[in-house]
Ligand binder design. Structure first.
Ligand SMILES: Cc1cc2nc3c(=O)[nH]c(=O)nc-3n(C[C@H](O)[C@H](O)[C@H](O)COP(=O)(O)OP(=O)(O)OC[C@H]3O[C@@H](n4cnc5c(N)ncnc54)[C@H](O)[C@@H]3O)c2cc1C
Length: 390
C-alpha cells in the first residue's frame, strides 16, 4: 500500500492552489465555510469549467478529462480548503452528470452533458418530501402520463440550489399501484416552468441554500424521463453513494479549522497564547487525528471508484465519520473562541469572521443531509458487516 500521491498529482494540487490563490487575490471570492453549499458564483463556476475542472473524471467520450477520481478528490479538496464558491456546479458535476451518462438517452446526453461541462447547468436535487426522507420509497409527488407528456403534482423540500437552479433533478411516482419502490422514476426538468413555485428555505444559519418546490399540474415532455420508467429507485441508490462520498463531508468548514489554529496561536489569555493551554492543545491535536483519519477514509472512496467498484459501505463509513469530525470542530471552535464566538459574521465583534457560529449551526444538518448517520450505520451493519436487516 502506498499512501503517497504521484508527482503528477502533487503538481496538479499545486496548479489548483495557484489558481485559487490567484482568484482570492483578484477579489473573485473570500474564503468561507460551506462554499460548496452556500457559495453561488457563476463566474467562479465558469472559470473552473474553462480549465476543464468540471467533469474532470468523466470519460473523454462524454467531454470529460478522463482523469482519476483521486485527481478529482485532490481538486475538490483544494476548492474546499480555500472555501471557494462552488455550489452552482457541485451537484451536477458530482452525481447528475453521471446519472445522465449512465441512464440518459443520446439526446439527453447531447443536451445536458455539455451544459454541465461549461458550468451552465445548475441542477437542484429534488428527492425529499415532507413524508419521504430516509424512506425515499415513500415519495408521493406524482408524475401521471398524459399522451406525450407527464403531469407533475406534489411537493419537494430541502431542494439544494433551489433559488438558482435552471434544472431540477426530480424523483416522482409514476405508478401509484405498484409496490412503493417499483413505481418511482427519475426526471431532469428545466426550471422555471409554468406551475412550479419555489419557496426558499431560510436555514438555521440564515442563508437560503435550499427551498421547497411545489408542482401544480406541471406539464413536461416524456423525453425528460431519465432511464427506465418505474426503475428510478434502483437507479438512484447508486447515485447516493457518490453523493455521500466526497471531500465535502470532511472539509466543508476547513477555513474554520485553519482560522482556529491561527486564533489559538495569536490570541492572548491570562498572559499567554491560548494554544499554551494544555486542554486546548490536547483537543486541537485530537481534532487533527480525526481529520487525518477522515481524509484517509475519503481518499479510499476515490480509490474504490477508480477500481470500478461502487463505494457503498466505504462511502457510508466516510460520511458518518467525517460529518462527526465537522461537528466536533464546530463545537470545539465555539469553546475555544469563547462567548464572542456566538456572533455571526455581520457583527464587527465576531472573531474569525463569525465562522465558529456559522459552522456550529450549519454542521447540525451534515449528519442528516444525503442520508442520516443512523441510516448509514444501518448500511455499514448490513452490507459491511453482513448483519441481517433489523
Ligand atoms: C441541510 C439539509 C440539506 C438537505 N439537502 C437536500 C437536497 O438537496 N435534496 C433533497 O432531496 N433532500 C435534502 N435534504 C433532506 C435529507 O435527505 C433528509 O432530511 C434525510 O434523508 C432525512 O429525512 P427526514 O428529514 O425526512 O427524516 P426522517 O427520515 O423522518 O428521520 C427522522 C429520524 O429518524 C431516523 N430514522 C429514520 N429511519 C430510520 C431507520 N430505518 N433506522 C434508524 N433510524 C431511522 C433518522 O436517522 C432521523 O434521525 C437535506 C436535509 C438537510 C437537513
Amino acid at each position: 500500500m502506498d499512501f503517497r500521491f504521484t508527482e503528477e498529482q502533487n503538481n496538479f494540487r499545486g496548479e489548483v492552489r495557484g489558481f485559487l490563490e490567484g482568484e482570492i487575490a483578484g477579489g473573485l471570492f473570500k474564503p468561507g465555510c460551506d462554499g460548496w453549499i452556500h457559495g453561488f458564483s457563476p463566474e467562479f463556476t465558469r472559470k473552473l469549467a474553462r480549465k476543464g475542472w468540471i467533469g474532470l473524471s468523466w470519460p473523454k467520450e462524454f467531454g470529460g478529462q478522463g482523469r482519476s477520481n483521486v485527481d478529482r478528490f485532490i481538486l475538490t479538496e483544494e476548492i474546499l480548503r480555500y472555501g471557494a464558491p462552488a455550489a452552482l456546479h457541485w451537484f451536477a458535476d458530482r452525481q447528475i452528470g453521471r446519472a445522465v451518462m449512465h441512464f440518459g438517452t443520446p439526446e439527453q446526453k447531447k443536451e445536458m452533458l455539455p451544459r454541465i461541462l461549461h458550468g451552465d447547468a445548475w441542477v437542484g436535487l429534488g428527492l425529499s418530501e415532507p413524508e419521504a426522507g430516509s424512506d425515499l420509497g415513500s415519495v408521493q409527488t406524482r408524475a401521471a402520463e398524459d399522451g406525450d407528456s407527464y403531469i407533475i403534482n406534489g411537493q419537494k423540500m430541502w431542494t439544494s440550489c433551489a433559488r438558482y437552479m435552471n434544472y431540477m433533478y426530480l424523483v416522482a411516482r409514476t405508478d401509484p399501484t405498484a409496490p412503493k419502490h417499483r413505481g418511482i422514476s427519475e426526471f431532469i426538468i428545466p426550471i422555471p416552468l409554468p406551475g412550479v413555485n419555489i419557496v426558499p428555505t431560510i436555514d438555521i444559519t440564515g442563508t437560503e441554500a435550499w427551498g421547497e418546490v411545489f408542482f401544480d399540474n406541471v406539464k413536461i415532455p416524456k423525453t425528460n424521463l431519465i432511464g427506465e420508467k418505474n426503475r428510478g429507485f434502483y437507479q438512484i441508490v447508486n447515485q447516493l453513494d457518490y453523493e455521500r462520498s466526497g471531500m465535502e463531508r470532511l472539509m466543508g468548514n476547513y477555513p474554520l479549522f485553519e482560522a482556529l489554529i491561527k486564533f489559538s496561536k495569536e490570541t492572548m489569555r491570562h498572559g499567554k497564547p491560548v494554544c499554551q493551554d494544555p486542554l486546548v492543545r490536547d483537543k486541537l491535536a485530537r481534532l487533527q487525528v480525526e481529520f487525518e483519519v477522515g481524509r484517509l477514509l475519503t481518499y479510499r472512496v476515490a480509490f474504490v471508484i477508480d477500481q470500478g467498484r461502487v463505494p457503498n459501505t466505504e462511502a457510508a463509513m466516510a460520511k458518518v465519520y467525517c460529518t462527526a469530525f465537522e461537528q466536533h470542530l464546530a463545537d470545539l471552535a465555539t469553546k475555544i473562541v469563547g462567548m464572542y464566538g456566538q456572533l455571526t459574521e455581520d457583527s464587527k465583534w465576531a472573531p474569525i469572521s463569525g465562522m465558529a457560529a456559522h459552522s456550529f449551526l450549519g454542521s447540525m444538518g451534515y449528519s442528516l443531509q444525503a442520508g442520516t448517520s443512523e441510516i448509514l450505520r444501518n448500511v455499514i451493519a448490513t452490507r459491511g458487516l453482513g448483519l441481517p436487516e433489523a
